[in-house]
Design a protein around this ligand. Structure first.
Ligand code: SPD
Length: 287
């Protein structure tokens, strides 16, 4: 094997997600499993040598099989365990089913509405990621293919926990990053209601995050950011917004009663995730 083989031998196809067109994450592709367009976005599923299969929407990595549980467990369980007894849950976005899979592990859950604008994401996830899209047939789950902002504006239902599992604030996800949208969510929360939204990387998206937290603080009485790792997302440092009508962010129960295993989340991480570096505290105006 010559020193040039790693550069010149097939398969030598690489994918890069560029952040701000200046830096990026690059991985080598073993196989392209799907590449097409839905009504809303470009969708790709590739198999890779290091990260397993990867779902890419609108040119942006949604998850890799190797790290998806970092994100889905930290998005879902922080909100679910902060609530004393979550029965009714709304997931906006999350058409791949990863957050839904985690929510359905909670035995207190009686009903989940999942609203994703793009039915192709659900179809493709069921076909290529059956371990992630594993809860769509759970009898507690109703799936709605429509715009999340429109759904919350028009719905009369109330929820104990609402998740915003969106893609980046470009393309089809733009309608679900506005103060009006958060106001509608607030109006659909029950007394101890909690909302958790993915909120991008503090390393690259400082201005976006400051604006988002300003908006949230105008709507909710209790707002906190938490952080976790997500190796395949820009910078690997990923943030989440926790907002509620008053209930604090601490876990109210332990994970012993869950149906199914956890590979990432534990109560120690839950508490520690709310400790922020100084530059991030400043970004979100937190003491
Ligand atoms: N930069 C990508 C951010 C995407 C966050 N949502 C992913 C959805 C996975 N369920």
């Amino acid at each position: 094997m010559s020193e040039f083989d790693q550069y010149l031998s097939p398969p030598n196809l690489w994918f890069s997600e560029l952040h701000k067109n200046e830096v990026g994450l690059t991985f080598r592709i073993k196989d392209v499993l799907y590449a097409g367009h839905s009504k809303y976005q470009r969708i790709m599923v590739v198999d890779t040598f290091e990260l397993g299969k990867v779902l890419i929407l609108y040119g942006s990595i949604m998850f890799t099989e190797k790290d998806e549980y970092f994100y889905h467990e930290m998005l879902a369980h922080v909100g679910m365990f902060a609530h004393p007894e979550p029965k009714r849950v709304l997931i906006i976005g999350g058409g791949d089913g990863g957050t839904l899979r985690e929510v359905c592990k909670h035995p207190s859950v009686e009903h989940v509405d999942l609203v994703d604008i793009d039915s192709e994401v659900v179809r493709i996830s069921r076909e290529f990621f059956p371990n992630i899209a594993s809860s769509f047939d759970d009898p507690r789950v109703s799936v709605h293919f429509e715009d999340g902002a429109k759904f919350v504006r028009e719905s009369k239902d109330r929820y104990d926990v609402v998740f915003v599992d969106s893609s980046d604030p470009v393309g089809p996800a733009t309608t679900i990053f506005s103060r009006e949208f958060y106001q509608s969510i607030k109006e659909h929360l029950t007394e101890n209601g909690v909302m958790v939204a993915q909120s991008e990387s503090p390393f690259y998206h400082a201005q976006f995050i400051s604006g988002l937290f300003d908006d949230l603080k105008k709507v909710f009485p209790y707002v906190r950011m938490y952080l976790s790792w997500m190796p395949a997302y820009p910078s690997g440092m990923w943030s989440y917004a926790f907002a509620s009508l008053g209930v604090d962010h601490l876990p109210k129960r332990g994970p012993e009663t869950l149906n199914g295993k956890l590979r990432f989340y534990n109560p120690e991480l839950h508490k520690a995730a709310f400790a922020l570096p100084n530059f991030v505290k400043e970004m979100v105006g937190q003491d």
